[in-house]
Design a protein around this ligand. Structure first.
Ligand code: BDR
Ligand code: CA
Length: 322
C-alpha cells in the first residue's frame, strides 16, 4: 500500500467504534491512510453487542491486512439507560450477514476504558480521538480521570441530529444509545477546552453510496474494495426505502475523511449539549445558535460535506489495498 499523504506528519489516533458496517468502512479508510497513526482501537456495545463489535473489529483489521493493530474491548452497555442495538440496520452479525473467516487476531486483555485513560494520561504529545459509536467508553474514562482531556488534541465524533433523528424523531443512534455518556463527553471537553468536531446525521445523510459510487469501488478489483461494495449492498435497506435514498449513507467514514481532508466539510462553532431527561427528546443534540441558553458545551458542528470529494477520497484510499 502506498499513500501520498504519508509524507505529511502523521496524526496519532485512537478509534472508538461499534462495528457496524459503516464503522468497518471507516476503519478500512483509516488503515489505508498512512497519515493516520492508529495507536489502538476500542470497541463498545452499540450497533450490536460488545462481543460482536469486538469480533467484527478483529475481522476488519485482518481484511485490511493490519494484524499489527491492537483492539481493546470496552463497555458492554450504556451508562444509565438500557441497551439498544441496530441489528435491523447492520444485520444480526453487525456486518450485513456477510461471512468473514474466524479472526486469528486476539483481543487485548486490557479493558478499552483503561487503554483510553492510560494512553491519554501518559501521552507525551496530544492524541486525536475518533468516535464512531455510543460514547460510553470515552465518558467512563473521562469520569475516571478528567485530566486525561489535557492530552486530547480533539475529538471528532459521528453523532447527533440537528433535524430529524434516525431512532426517534429527535435523536440519532449514537447519542440516543448513550445520551448520558454523550453529555459527559461534550461538557468535559468544553471544561478542558478540547475541540469537539461533531458530524451529525444531517451531513452524513448527504454522503450516499449510490450505485455509481459502489460500482467505482467494485471496479478497483481488490478484495477489500469488493468486500466494502458488498457490505454496502446490504446496509440500511429499510432506512434507504424510508428516506428515499439511492444507497446507504456512510456515516462513520465521514469522521476519518474529516481527519484526512478537513476542507471537504464546512463547520460552525456553536454552544451545544445532549438532552438526557425528556422522554420525547432524550439523546437530542441541542445546539444554541442564538446563544440564549448558556449551554455548558461547545462544538464545531459540521454543516455540509463535499460528497463527491468524499467518495473520491474513499475510492482512492481503498484502491491502495492489493
Ligand atoms: C450511527 O449509528 C450507527 O448505526 C452507525 O454505525 C453510525 O455510527 C448513525 O446514526
Ligand atoms: Ca457506528
Amino acid at each position: 500500500m502506498t499513500d501520498a499523504s504519508s509524507t505529511r506528519q502523521s496524526i496519532p489516533l485512537i478509534i472508538d467504534c461499534d462495528p457496524g458496517i459503516d464503522d468497518a468502512v471507516a476503519l478500512l479508510l483509516a488503515m489505508a491512510s498512512a497519515s493516520l497513526e492508529i495507536r489502538g482501537i476500542t470497541t463498545v456495545a452499540g450497533n450490536v453487542s460488545i462481543e460482536t463489535t469486538s469480533t467484527n473489529a478483529r475481522c476488519i483489521c485482518e481484511l485490511g491486512q493490519r494484524s499489527d493493530l491492537k483492539i481493546f474491548p470496552g463497555c458492554p452497555r450504556p451508562m444509565v439507560r438500557p441497551a439498544i442495538v441496530a441489528a435491523h440496520v447492520h444485520g444480526e452479525n453487525g456486518l450485513g450477514g456477510i461471512h468473514f473467516p474466524s479472526p486469528q487476531l486476539p483481543l487485548q486483555q486490557r479493558h478499552g476504558v483503561d487503554f483510553l485513560r492510560d494512553s491519554l494520561l501518559q501521552a507525551s504529545s496530544p492524541i486525536t480521538l475518533a468516535t464512531l459509536g455510543p460514547l460510553t467508553n470515552v465518558a467512563t474514562a473521562l469520569i475516571q480521570a478528567p485530566q486525561m482531556a489535557q492530552n486530547l488534541d480533539r475529538i471528532v465524533m459521528m453523532g447527533g441530529a440537528v433535524g430529524a433523528g434516525n431512532v426517534t424523531a429527535a435523536a440519532e443512534f449514537n447519542c440516543y444509545a448513550d445520551p448520558h455518556a454523550a453529555q459527559v463527553v461534550l461538557h468535559t471537553a468544553a471544561e478542558y477546552d478540547v475541540p469537539v468536531v461533531v458530524i451529525p446525521l444531517d451531513v452524513t445523510h448527504t454522503a450516499i453510496a449510490n450505485p455509481a459510487r459502489r460500482q467505482a469501488l467494485r471496479n478497483l478489483h481488490n478484495p477489500v474494495a469488493e468486500t466494502v461494495a458488498t457490505l454496502l449492498d446490504n446496509y440500511g435497506l429499510r432506512e434507504q426505502r424510508d428516506m428515499g435514498f439511492s444507497g446507504p449513507p456512510l456515516h462513520d467514514p465521514c469522521v476519518i475523511a474529516y481527519l484526512l481532508q478537513p476542507a471537504l466539510f464546512e463547520l460552525e462553532s456553536v454552544p451545544a449539549t445532549i438532552e438526557i431527561t425528556s422522554p420525547l427528546t432524550q439523546g437530542r443534540l441541542v445546539i444554541d445558535r442564538n446563544r440564549e441558553l448558556d449551554l455548558p458545551g461547545r462544538i464545531e458542528l459540521a454543516t455540509s460535506i463535499d460528497a463527491e470529494g468524499f467518495y473520491g477520497l474513499l475510492t482512492e484510499a481503498l484502491g491502495r489495498f492489493s
